[in-house]
Design a protein around this ligand. Structure first.
Ligand code: NAG
Ligand code: NAG
Ligand code: NAG
Ligand code: NAG
Ligand code: NAG
Ligand code: NAG
Ligand code: NAG
Ligand code: NAG
Ligand code: NAG
Ligand code: NAG
Ligand code: NAG
Ligand code: NAG
Length: 562
């Protein structure tokens, strides 16, 4: 949940939210249930088989390059949650972001939220994009040694502090050498893991699905829900195949021009607004917020929080309580900024924790901060003490994002200095951490997709069905709905009154009903609609009590995603 290691754009942090509404009877008559995509045959056509108890799975054999079949083939994994009523109105392909997050996994983790948002009349499909989790081509720079990989990731961003030029120079070189290393070690097929190719795979799915229903392939349309980086995938599809756009919900909207340029410089436009929401909601929550003091206003809270950061910039806090760390360590202002960066993705799950961390730090007690920032904790560093299940979202993110931007960002050291400076101006709270999202890794990662998989950019077009764009009123990392909606004639924007990344951070009957009406009838919400929600940044039932502190590893080492 909290991590300081790598910033992505995705819904991973939203997984902890849980408005479970839907009750369903599952067919447990269990014929040949499979629990791994290794047991799902790779086929040329769609052949769903029962999997993971409540789902069906299929794997398609698709060309690495649809324009050059000699390049070979790879497998794409699809996991389907079937609508209660069959025949369903269609199959919504879901993408949770990243790039790098596994849609098959997210489908299982976010199912209640997805059903609440999308309703139960469409099948929902988690499709792992190319290079991610169950889909090929395999991306690996660490020779099949995940313990080494995770150890490496654990220290990749350690000690980066943009207040020091030496530190930025060092980061420039360490991230560059990561690119060189991976260029040496990646399979040559890695260049085919990119967004335009994944968009083409979605069309392939829709066409094959039409075929199974006895409908013409060339009329098939894709229905889609993408959040965060998923909005890049969705808008890319719409730009490439405008007459194949079915219902498209594009939520937590990334600036696609900026993404393809590779600078990731237009993300934290509302970064400070999202942190201000922490101060404001803490004041409103009163004693439910551990950082609240009797009579505090939002600006009192902000002042105390800023004082903590200023103190940490001068003096990191030592941590040596064995209940919280395995070896002595310090908590720095960058660690706390990393926690902030994560917490604003999902306030209802993470603001209580952030408040408790701040409460401790105010008296220079960094135990909780260390715990949640995974400081003073050793990852498994050898094959023997490695716990499998560690997810590699880092490398797929780098490879896909770098393939997509074809090094269009000026990779000079000077440009990196400038980027840190500009981001700090955009957001004083998140500007130090965000430039670690992706940029410098691409510099020396020497892979380039084939011509047929290079994206030519967005321009204003019509789509066969108007697109529904959506976002929270305050989204810390993706708020470019006006810009992207402008590229698609007839599209509409639906906002919901909440803070966080993705519609699923909270419940809203208003949002759900507009979304479901759109998927059922194509009808868009009225212009300028902002939905009320049940957003509550300090809900009674979550936070520390529920999560518990017994374990040394209460929060997984996750990575930020778009
Ligand atoms: C289905 O069968 C598998 C093995 O055949 C078993 O492990 C699993 O628990 C069963 N699932 C259900 C829901 O009965
Ligand atoms: C449950 O699934 C099995 C195998 O797919 C099928 O034979 C059976 O009819 C289903 N039962 C119900 C109640 O849907
Ligand atoms: C399947 O559904 C049942 C009932 O809701 C749930 O307990 C179980 O965890 C689900 N299994 C998976 C793999 O999602
Ligand atoms: C750090 O680098 C920036 C950009 O190159 C430069 O403007 C600044 O003077 C440097 N600061 C120090 C202390 O050298
Ligand atoms: C590269 O990947 C392809 C397809 O997954 C595989 O067949 C091939 O053996 C791999 N090559 C190397 C050198 O690992
Ligand atoms: C809170 O502050 C008010 C006014 O400053 C004071 O009257 C009240 O007793 C305080 N309450 C507590 C619990 O400290
Ligand atoms: C520091 O905070 C932790 C977590 O709240 C607490 O368990 C511990 O007792 C505190 N340490 C000191 C020295 O107060
Ligand atoms: C990949 O998907 C499987 C289920 O198919 C899941 O158990 C696993 O956690 C996922 N791994 C990653 C890296 O997302
Ligand atoms: C990149 O930026 C540097 C410093 O701003 C400049 O000297 C160089 O010409 C630029 N390179 C390209 C390819 O634009
Ligand atoms: C979209 O379609 C409308 C109606 O046919 C047309 O007037 C408009 O020029 C089209 N827009 C673009 C960008 O092609
Ligand atoms: C939202 O809809 C659910 C189900 O229809 C209902 O139980 C609930 O009261 C509604 N909530 C609000 C705030 O209207
Ligand atoms: C949308 O609504 C807000 C608040 O009602 C208003 O200030 C704004 O001008 C409206 N924008 C448009 C484009 O209609």
């Amino acid at each position: 949940m909290f991590t300081r290691q790598s910033y992505l754009l995705g819904l991973a942090a939203s997984v902890a939210a849980s408005p479970a509404l839907l009750q369903r009877e599952y067919n447990t008559t269990n014929t040949s249930m499979v629990y791994s995509f290794k047991d799902v045959p790779v086929t040329k056509d769609i052949q769903y088989i029962p999997c993971f108890d409540n789902y069906t799975c299929t794997q398609l054999d698709v060309p690495l390059d649809y324009e050059d079949l000699d390049a070979g083939y790879t497998n794409i994994a699809f996991q389907r949650y079937e609508a209660a009523q069959q025949p369903a109105l269609g199959d919504i392909i879901f993408n949770p972001g990243g790039p790098g997050e596994s849609a098959t996994l997210s489908l299982m983790q976010l199912l209640p939220q997805l059903l609440e948002l999308l309703g139960d009349s469409y099948n929902i499909i988690g499709m792992d994009p190319r290079g991610i989790n169950n889909s090929g081509p395999l991306l690996d720079c660490f020779d099949g040694k995940p313990w080494l990989r995770d150890y490496y990731y654990g220290q990749l961003y350690d000690g980066v502090d943009p207040r020091s030029n030496v530190s930025i120079s060092n980061y420039y070189e360490t991230s560059g050498t990561f690119g060189t290393w991976c260029t040496q070690n990646l399979n040559k097929t890695a260049k085919y893991a990119n967004t335009p190719a994944t968009a083409r795979d979605m069309l392939q799915y829709a066409e094959l699905l039409a075929e199974t229903q006895g409908k013409p392939r060339e009329d098939a349309k894709v229905d889609f829900y993408g959040a965060s980086y998923g909005t890049v995938l969705g808008t890319t599809f719409a730009a490439l195949f405008p007459d194949r756009v079915g219902k498209f919900l594009i939520d937590a909207v990334v600036d696609g021009d900026d993404y393809y340029h590779g600078s990731w410089s237009q993300n934290i436009l509302q970064g400070d607004a999202s942190v201000d929401a922490f101060f404001k909601t803490c004041a409103e929550a009163g004693p439910l917020c551990a950082f609240y003091r009797n009579g505090s206003t939002a600006s009192d809270i902000k002042e105390r929080f800023d004082a903590i950061l200023a103190d940490l910039e001068e003096d990191p806090v030592p941590v040596n309580d064995p209940l919280f760390v395995e070896f002595p360590t310090t908590v720095t202002h960058m660690d706390v900024r990393g926690l902030l960066q994560t917490a604003v993705y999902n306030p209802p799950s993470l603001f209580s924790i952030l408040a408790a961390v701040a409460d401790g730090l105010e008296t220079r007690n960094g135990s909780l901060a260390a715990l949640y920032a995974s400081k003073g904790i050793a990852p498994g560093t050898s094959k023997c003490d490695y716990t499998p299940g560690g997810t590699d979202t880092v490398l797929p993110k780098e490879v896909i994002a770098c393939n997509d931007n074809s090094k269009s960002f000026n990779g000079s050291e000077e440009a990196l200095f400038q980027l840190f400076a500009e981001q700090k101006k955009l957001s004083t709270y998140l500007g130090d951490t965000w430039p670690m999202a992706v940029v410098p890794q691409c510099r020396l990662l020497d892979i380039t997709p084939p011509k047929s998989q290079l994206f030519a950019g967005f321009k204003k077009i019509n789509t066969s069905t108007p697109i529904l764009f959506a976002d929270n009123v305050i989204d810390p990392v993706t708020s470019s709905y006006e810009l992207m909606s402008g590229y698609f004639e007839g599209s509409a924007i639906l906002l919901q009154d909440a803070v966080g990344h993705g519609l699923v951070v909270t419940s809203s009957n208003c949002t759900s009903s507009y979304v479901q009406k759109y998927f059922k009838t194509g009808e868009l919400p009225p212009r300028n609609t902002t939905c009320e929600t049940e957003f509550d940044a300090f809900p009674l039932a979550t936070g520390l009590q529920k999560r518990g502190l017994a374990s040394h590893h209460p929060l997984s080492r996750r990575h930020f995603a778009l």
